[in-house]
Design a protein around this ligand. Sequence first.
Ligand SMILES: Cc1cc2nc3c(=O)[nH]c(=O)nc-3n(C[C@H](O)[C@H](O)[C@H](O)COP(=O)(O)O)c2cc1C
Length: 169
Amino acid sequence: MQAVIYFSRRGENFVNGKIQELTVGNTEAAAKKIAAELGCDLFEIQPAEPYPKNYQEATKVAEREQQQQAIVAYSILDLDLSQYQTILLGYPNWWGGLPQIVRSFLTDNDWTGKTIYPFCTHEGSGLGSSEQELRQLCPTAVVAVGLPIRGSRVDRADKAINNWLINEK
Ligand SMILES: Cc1cc2nc3c(=O)[nH]c(=O)nc-3n(C[C@H](O)[C@H](O)[C@H](O)COP(=O)(O)O)c2cc1C
């Protein structure tokens, strides 16, 4: 069975060089498209303490978490990972790689025998170091080639998503 699991932060974000307020996060939008396309379950990693809505403040919090390699508290409702063989894992590129909350989620779980398909929304840096980090954090999983999606173009990403999913349908 397949599941889409994602982390996304709504609020102010940098879109095409300008600050804009997003009511649906870019990764959330991509995650919902992918889950609908596959007809599979969808789970959201939610921070125990929400990230600031303000973009600059959020970048500071995220930078501090990364520098401190913080263990970030989160919840993910009703997930029984043992039910799923294939995980499509979505996250925004934060400071060039995985948000620390996603690292925390990955280290908390056993990925043995699972295949992880990473998809990452970004504003120019693509997947950054996130695929490599995933391989280090989940050495017993197969990490497939990831899909970078420019956050500001998520509404036009259907074709790229479909091509990427072609072997999973
Ligand atoms: C804390 C923070 C750090 C970011 N760092 C980067 C970065 O290093 N490279 C990049 O291309 N985009 C970066 N971005 C932009 C986001 O990756 C991009 O807007 C993404 O689509 C946001 O997804 P979301 O709406 O699901 O949270 C950053 C955004 C935030 C809030």
